[in-house]
Ligand binder design. Sequence first.
Ligand code: BG6
Length: 474
Amino acid sequence: PRPDDHVIVLFGATGDLAKRKLLPGLFHLARAGLMPSRYRIVGSAPAAEALGTEEFRKHAREAVSEFGSARPEGPAWREFEDALSFGAADPDDTGPLLAAVHEAERAVGGSPRRLFHLAVPPKAFPSVVDELGSTGLAEGGRLIVEKPFGTDLASARALDATIHAVFDESRVFRIDHFLGKESVDNILALRFANGLFEPVWNRNHISHVQIDVPEQLTIEGRAGFFEGTGTFRDMIVTHLFQILGFVAMEPPATLTARSLRQEKDKVFAALRPLDPAHVVRGQYEGYRDEPGVDPHSDTETFVALRVELDNWRWAGVPFYLRSGKALGQGRHMVTLGFREPALRMFPLTTQDTAEGRHNALVIDFDDPGRITTRFLAKEPGPEMRLGEAEMVFAYTDCFTTAHALEGYERLLLDAMLGDQSLFTSSDGIERLWEVSAPLLHDPPPVQSYAPGSWGPESVHRLIRPYRWYLPEER
Ligand code: BG6
């Protein structure tokens, strides 16, 4: 389906996210014929950073040429560029923004739906939301909010109160771009469309789960954002816990947003509060020398932790989560380690006896993604010797990925369609902060690790008797 006609207002239009993801993503949607038949995009920023419409079009062209999947040229680009305009947001002078939105609405004609995307630092949220309320712009409109959704339970509640004073929950879209990734969505298909996997997807067969998102990137000059945030708030409480929600949820009654969110929130309700004794915080060597970083900074650039779910499906099955900057590889992996068979009939020929290593389902959700089943098989020859084997599903082997959308693109489209399935609820977010409270109150000291490694040494102790699936050994 195609979304209704829209006026999209992009707050933070001159910022990093708009440049890397939002403007290139909207252009890709337009080229794919997925934008509404009539739409306008109004860029906005505080008066000090305001651009004229022509400057904004140039800014968008540069963003698309640097980060987009297609060059900004030809009729498709000209049509997209024509849809762009700019209106400064200033709490003391709401005139320019109001004028830009009303002009965009006239250009679209009829009564287009308004979609506000808040790609701004958290401290700017309240003033923008208040402005949308006091000017009446919010009426009937939808709101996309970027993480972090607060920094702890109290601030998340305050943020929700600010938002709910102007937008009811059915019009709020808290975006987590990991949930827009094709192969994360495919976790639902894998589990609930096949009789093969779901019957073994529980504590009877699975010994442990790893959700591992190492990054090679450092903080890439984002000290201003990162120093006050750290890996736990940037990656774990957001992206990795959301993935955990998909991996661990019960089958939803239907595929509606309501059922999916209910099931995910039930997983979060069953999470045991984090125990700081099962958390490793790390900081890469050299982080304190990065420009803008406090030389005594205690901000973590790495977190590995163990968490458990107190429910019938997962009781006693540890989930290990890891993410960090400046690590050995950039990967996105979920590994389900299976229990050993009841009886070991074959002499073990592999050196690696850690349970769940050669008996695992590995979901690699890098774009475009892969799923690997690892198991033991008889090696050809007269003896009964076993070797490690695997079956691989690669997206690119089975499907054309020509129609694939990036995480942000898929979610922008869903927000225009009003589908909240892949967005997070305020209850879910508040529960995640509640679970995180013991760690936030009593964080273990950061341990340093060498860039290019897999984190501080203690990550290996954390996961014993299992082993991290990464680095992959062949
Ligand atoms: C963002 C974080 O949300 O996700 C970044 O703020 C991180 O620090 C990024 O690098 C990772 O996203 P992806 O899709 O590139 O793995």
